[in-house]
Design a protein around this ligand. Sequence first.
Ligand SMILES: C[S@@+](CC[C@H](N)C(=O)[O-])C[C@H]1O[C@@H](n2cnc3c(N)ncnc32)[C@H](O)[C@@H]1O
Length: 277
Amino acid sequence: MKNDYEDKVMDHYTKVAQTVGLASSCTMEDEYIRAGETRAILSLVETAARNIPERLRVLDVGCGNGYTLRTLAEQIRNVGLEDRVELMGVEKNPDLLQLARKMNEDWPVVVVGGDMLCPGTLAIDPGSVDICVSQRVVINLMDPADQQTALGNLVKLVKSGGHLLFIECFQDALDNLNAARKEFGLEPNVPAIHNLYLPPGFFDMPGLEEAAPAGWDIRPNIFSTHYYVQRVLQSALRGNVIDRNSNFVRFFSAALPEGVGDYSPIRIHCLRKKPAE
Ligand SMILES: C[S@@+](CC[C@H](N)C(=O)[O-])C[C@H]1O[C@@H](n2cnc3c(N)ncnc32)[C@H](O)[C@@H]1O
């Protein structure tokens, strides 16, 4: 049965696909966040590929225009791991699906259409994925019950002992950001109309634990300083402007220590599907 937010989300991404196309800014205009997310994903795949003797299957669910998959394919070839990693993407929006295929047409990447809420549409066997990446995708399910269903569906796709990397937005961190904005008399930031931020404890589920492969140690709050610089300091000094890639933001996000505080709604969580006892 179709839910009442689906058309809104679909229309948003169709417009984005048609206006932004194959650019890395498609679905992520902030270059600092895009670079940090890509770094986290590449290093997780590389670390796991070096730790695990078998060939690794990586799934990018809601892969958008395929930018991350393409970057992963290039990187694993550059470090000589192309025979060790299999890359797959799933995308629900037909326009983005087409872009993702075009983006990766010269690379050994398989992109299929599908909906993570309907496991039957995914054409991926349960328990067959080593790393599942969800990069700002669960927040597109604008019903808490659907978000939990999607989490359960993704966990089922992953092998016992495999990992899930969630780069998603969280309501409690947005509350922290808005408390900091309030000190400067700034109105609260609110989620985009096609997003529902996740609640605390979202990943509390039997059989799932917060754990990363040895050697991968990216903290959930790596974007915190950047958010404070962009959405508090810059907004206070420049009349509440949102200018994601300004000189001011580039300078201070590079000059200050990364990940101070908990002001970034976007957090990175690496989880492990516990092996059955
Ligand atoms: C914020 S975009 C991120 C795209 C990509 N991960 C990136 O970072 O470039 C969210 C993506 O999830 C896709 N999506 C939303 N709901 C989905 C669902 N139920 N199943 C599969 N993909 C979905 C959207 O079409 C969109 O491409």
